[in-house]
Ligand binder design. Structure first.
Ligand code: TXE
Length: 497
């Protein structure tokens, strides 16, 4: 197997029913390498006709060849796919770094763990089942069947294209569904490069389809009445629109949205570890991650010390070409996104935030969409930087006096995706974890993820869970079957049994 990482300039089509196809309208778009500002491939701009064709292909496969596969067979194909991804992981990492500017070292790490998602759900495929349920009537047997929902429409973002797609693809296939994936227009290449691997793994045509295009394509997919389930990762406002489009035809949804995740640093914390965690939380991936720990809440007595420590390490962050191994901060994913980040910083300055570091484009890196790691201290809950997701390398720090106040400030948000707690006091760690309104809480660590542990936010951070056996509920529907086991003659037809 191989993955295309080099020039020449590639022209991708949609992948529908096992074949590459141009857009019905012949429309295309180009994707730009954010480290150089140059277009490096072309993809098809999907319209209603392409979406419809892909959904029909997925439906035909669902009702035909895919339904003939046993759960164990599905599991074997998932294992094959995991093996193939493991073989070409380093090449897929290069493709993603070219596409979204994330560090090659991070993408390589992600690609190394990506097969785990396919292995975990490979093993789960034949462990999806209903239950036998006791009823008040002895002769009546009642059991449930857990069935696939049908055709899944998956809409994914640019920040970790393959990983965030795998979170949907692996459980959807394990449960017996077929899928149409619509990757982000800013980073579609790795998803398209995955398609030959899907084919090679042995998935029949139509089980996995990929159509490219912008938000219009995503909307057409979410709104298509032939889509039985919509799974989305992206911004909160887009997620809301996707949810409304899916609700028009009553398709269930999973929404993984943004966050404004707090990191709580207590005075009894190991400050080396906390400093490391704050930096890992907000400057890794240039802050372009839904779980970015963008609010650091620090107890008064160590407040200035933590700011100094974080600033000292942040000043030494190496900014540059994301394809270089020792680079620590690459560019932002696209031009408009850098403008959005800069606008957030301008508002923070106008609202009186104390700029400790950064707040501008780094000198000497004019070609790509770079932005300096930025720290604002003395944030107040009234400020926009406290409330709104930046999705860039911008940290806001604010002090708290005690545990109650820390929890109050942490929970003062419409989001509820993740939170970090830094303390060496064990009872406090668990007490605070229970009080935080967040779908994921990390204690003395940050940004860890596994296929086996449920992930998903509260409030404006989303609906439903990904990962863990829990996610299989999202990709199945439950049927209740009643059986009369009695051979006695039927009783009164006018009485409910
Ligand atoms: O994401 P969008 P964008 C956040 C982050 C970022 C903001 C916007 O704050 O600044 O979202 O980023 C498709 N119907 N996150 O504009 O718009 C789109 O083509 C259906 C958080 O890149 O959410 C892409 O495939 N689909 C985040 C996907 O939705 C639509 C990851 C995500 O795009 C659509 C990325 C529509 N009306 C951004 N409009 C996270 N949670 O990790 C767009 N799309």
């Amino acid at each position: 197997v191989s993955v295309s990482t080099e020039r020449p300039f590639k022209r991708y089509g949609h992948y529908i029913g096992g074949e590459w196809r141009r857009a019905a309208t012949e429309e295309t778009f180009e994707s730009v390498n954010p480290a150089t500002g140059e277009a490096w491939y072309q993809a098809a701009q999907g319209g209603d006709a392409d979406v419809d064709r892909a959904v029909r292909a997925a439906r035909a496969a669902f009702e035909g060849v895919w339904s003939e596969h046993t759960p164990l067979q599905r599991g074997k194909l998932l294992r094959n796919l995991g093996d193939l991804i493991a073989e070409v992981g380093d090449d897929l990492a290069i493709v993603e770094t070219r596409d979204n500017g994330k560090l090659i070292r991070e993408m390589r790490g992600q690609m190394r763990s990506l097969p785990e998602w396919f292995y975990y759900f490979s093993g789960a495929a034949d462990k999806i089942h209903g239950e036998t349920i006791p009823t008040p009537t002895r002769e009546i047997l009642n059991y449930t069947l857990r069935e696939p929902v049908g055709v899944v429409g998956a809409i994914t973002p640019w920040n970790s294209p393959l990983l965030l797609t795998a979170l949907k693809l692996a459980p959807a296939l394990a449960a017996g569904n077929t899928i149409v994936i619509k990757p982000s227009e800013h980073a579609s290449a790795s998803i398209l490069e995955l398609m030959p691997l899907v084919e090679r793994a042995g998935f029949p045509p139509g089980v996995v389809n990929a159509i490219t295009g912008d938000g219009r394509t995503g909307h057409a997919l979410a709104a298509h009445p032939g889509v039985d389930k919509v799974a989305f990762t992206g911004g909160t406002e887009t997620g809301r629109r996707v949810g409304v489009a899916a609700m028009e035809h009553l398709a269930p949804i999973t929404l993984e949205l943004g966050g404004k995740s707090p990191q709580l640093v207590f005075s009894d914390a190991d400050l080396d570890a906390a400093t490391f965690g704050i930096i890992a939380g907000v400057f890794a991936a240039a802050g372009q991650t839904c779980v970015a720990g963008s609010r650091a809440l620090v107890q008064h007595s160590v407040y200035e010390e933590v700011i100094d420590r974080v600033a000292e390490r942040t000043e030494r962050i190496r900014i540059g070409d994301p394809l270089e191994d020792d680079t620590e901060l690459g560019p932002l994913a696209f031009k408009e996104h850098r403008e959005r980040v800069a606008a957030h910083v301008a508002v923070a300055e106008s609202e009186g935030g104390r700029l400790v570091l950064g707040g501008k484009q780094p000198p000497g890196l004019d070609q790509g969409w770079f932005y300096e790691p930025t720290i604002f201290a003395d944030l107040s809950p009234r400020m926009s930087l406290f409330r709104n997701e930046v999705f860039g390398p911008v940290l806001g720090v604010l002090p708290f006096k005690d545990e109650d106040e820390a929890v109050e400030i942490a929970n003062d948000t419409r989001y509820g995706l993740a939170a970090g707690i830094w303390t060496q006091n064990l009872p406090r760690a668990h007490r605070v974890a229970a009080k935080l309104r967040a779908g994921t809480v990390w204690i003395n660590t940050y940004r860890t993820l596994a296929p086996s542990s449920p992930f998903g936010g509260f409030g404006d951070s989303g609906i439903g869970k990904e990962n863990g056996l829990e996610v299989l509920r999202e990709y199945t529907r439950l049927k209740s079957v009643w059986v009369n086991t009695s051979s006695a003659p039927p009783g009164d037809p006018f009485v409910l049994r």
